[in-house]
Every structure is written in structure tokens, then in C-alpha cells.
Design a protein around this ligand. Sequence first.
Ligand SMILES: [Zn+2]
Length: 99
Amino acid sequence: MKTINILGMEYALEWDTNAIQDHQKAGYCASSRCAIGLDSSLEKQRLGETLLHEIVEAIDFELQLDLKHEILSALAFAVYSVIKNNPELFIMIDPEKED
Ligand SMILES: [Zn+2]
């Protein structure tokens, strides 16, 4: 089982296509049992966006931020797109990989 460490909590990654499609969602974050579910039939970019969205849902829960869902969604999408569009982001700030 794959897990994602979110603020020290190990969230299990679940592939739960049927349950998700029944509820017409791309994914879910079940914070009470530390699980994130994704629909495996999603297109690759949609999968990445959904994963980031559910991670931000988990952060919202763990830190009791109580973010409005539209703000949470916008932040998750923006962070996903910056990371996605700058694959060298963390390499460029690594002093051991200076050019
Ligand atoms: Zn959501």
C-alpha cells in the first residue's frame, strides 16, 4: 500500500473507481481514516490536479484551517500547475546542483 506523508500523518492512497464514479467525484479525502482516493480512469493531468486537491483537503483538515472550498480548490490547482510547469523547481534551489 502506498502512503503519502502529510504533516506527519500517513495517508493511504486508494484507487476506488466505482465508489468515486457513483458519487461523480474525481477523488476524495477521508481525513478521519487517513485515506486519499483517486479514480484510476482519470487522464494523467486530471489525476495530478485531483491528487493535489485531496492533499490540500488533508492539510486543511490537519491544520483546522477551515478554508472555503473554492479557495482550497484554487490554491491546489495553482500549486499543482506551478510544480508541473517547473519540473526543475527544487533542483534549481539545491546548492549542491549549482551550475
Ligand atoms: Zn474538495
